[in-house]
Design a binder for this molecule. Structure first.
Ligand code: UD1
Length: 418
């Protein structure tokens, strides 16, 4: 198991490039199941979750090849329609095979994901939506067993705009008989990427990016080649690194249109952001202004940036408040930040942060993906050495983050833990 050793106190300066988006590529890889033959996806980040998804597809009989940011998925020999517990346990996004398997093979058996560190995260809305399209769903022995004669288009209104639920339903409806209307759908940019991908395969989806998505089912989808959008959370994390170290960093290849809420909050900290096409130049001088944040579904402030913002607020000049409305248990980084000297009080889904001039390096433990990024940011501005354990969480969503931060002047090393 690897850990990071971070020596704090260096100003970051230079250029960094953002990778393809983890949360976009995983559903795209599942959507390859909607067709027979070889799908090719470019701009794929080299992440543990992508490799786990390759393993999952291979366990069903697909063949995959992942090299030089391109993944090839050939579904010609698919023979098993199951996602077993070991893989779903490792990566919740595995449940996204449910919709495409049902749509194309009329059956699927997928392990129930169970809880995870950041909350219970049920998938009841995915299942209800699939039932609305005509699926029969049984829960047996920890598995979802879904079958259908043929999915048929229907209207379905989500009680909550779930990202994964919207993706599962879009994929299922793409091969349905007739028209499906999804109301109160999630509006995240990754949903738009998925719809564009399926349309490139010959699908007929409109309205993605709004809360009303209309899918005209088609009989067949053809394999395609597609380049995945860039990662708005990785982009936001690098901008936060520029701000927290009072640096000057050009973050290249940001999906700026999908980052409005985050960019607006960064500006409120006093950072100067200059947007040139898809590049964001961040420059920070003077004290970091405290800001309040409320996480919400897109286009609101993303929960996946909440922990990184908390690191920033821990060294702001005053009092900030963060309200987490998307996940019920997403403040696990608070106790680790406190070990570094941060002054944070939590009550339920609210955290109040009184900024300190500096944090102190300490041994800390990463608890989930975004919490790990928060600890890296905190380490960059701490006095002394921060040792971050369990960075395998970080490797799920950031490709060798240390190799991107080092050229900017960060003193961060990956070492194997004995
Ligand atoms: C996706 C992202 C994750 C991000 C989240 C919210 C991927 C692979 N992951 O996760 O990084 O943090 O969106 O932006 O894209 N819920 C239910 N019932 C359901 C589905 C969801 O109650 O059937 C609840 C969840 O428990 C959670 C909230 O809705 O509290 C949001 O979940 P959802 O939007 O589905 O997130 P994910 O797709 O799991």
């Amino acid at each position: 198991m690897d850990k990071f050793i971070v020596f704090g106190g260096n100003r970051l300066e230079g250029e960094v490039e953002v990778n393809g988006a983890k949360n976009a590529v995983l559903p795209l890889m599942c959507a390859a199941l909607l067709t027979r033959g070889e799908t090719i996806i470019d701009n794929v980040p080299n992440l543990r979750d992508v490799r786990t998804m390759c393993q999952l597809l291979e366990s069903m009989g697909a063949s995959t090849h992942f090299e030089n940011r391109t993944v090839h998925i050939d579904t010609s020999a698919l023979e098993k329609f199951e996602a077993d517990y070991e893989l779903v346990r490792k990566m919740r996004a595995s449940v996204l095979v449910l919709g495409p398997l049902l749509a194309r093979y009329n059956k699927a058996k997928v392990s129930l994901p169970g809880g995870c560190a950041i909350g219970a995260r049920p998938i009841d809305l995915h299942l209800r939506g699939l039932e609305a399209l005509g699926a029969n769903i049984d829960l047996k022995g920890g598995y979802i067993e879904a079958t259908c004669e043929q999915l048929t288009g229907a209207s379905y209104r989500f009680d909550y705009p779930t990202v994964g639920g919207t993706e599962n339903l879009i994929m299922a409806a793409a091969l349905c008989k007739g028209r499906t209307i999804l109301e109160n759908a999630a509006r995240e940019p990754e949903i738009v990427d998925l719809a564009n991908f399926i349309n490139a395969m010959g699908g007929n989806i409109s309205g993605a990016g709004s809360d009303l998505i209309v899918i005209e089912g088609v009989e067949e989808l053809k394999p395609t080649r597609y380049s995945v959008m860039s990662d708005r959370i990785e982009a936001g994390t690098f901008i936060a690194a520029g701000i927290i170290t009072k640096g000057e960093v050009l973050v290249k290849n940001c999906p700026v249109d999908g980052m409005k809420a985050v960019l607006e909050r960064f500006r409120a900290t006093g950072a100067q952001l200059t947007i040139q096409g898809n590049d964001v130049l961040v420059k920070m001088e003077g004290p970091i202004q405290p800001i309040d944040i409320r996480t919400q579904p897109h286009p609101g402030f993303p929960t996946d940036m909440q922990a990184q913002m908390m690191a920033l607020m821990s060294v702001a000049d005053g009092r900030s408040a963060i309200s987490e409305t998307v996940f019920e248990n997403r403040f696990m980084h608070v106790s680790e930040l406190r070990r570094m000297g941060a002054d944070i009080i939590c009550e339920g889904s609210m955290a109040v942060i009184r900024g300190k001039e500096r944090l102190e390096g300490a041994p800390v433990m990463a608890t989930d993906l975004r919490a790990s990024a928060c600890l890296v940011l905190a380490g960059l501005v701490s006095r002394g050495v921060t040792e971050i354990r369990r960075i395998y969480h970080l490797d799920r969503g950031y490709e060798r983050i240390e190799e991107k931060l080092q050229p900017l002047g960060a003193k961060i090393q990956r070492v194997a833990e004995s």
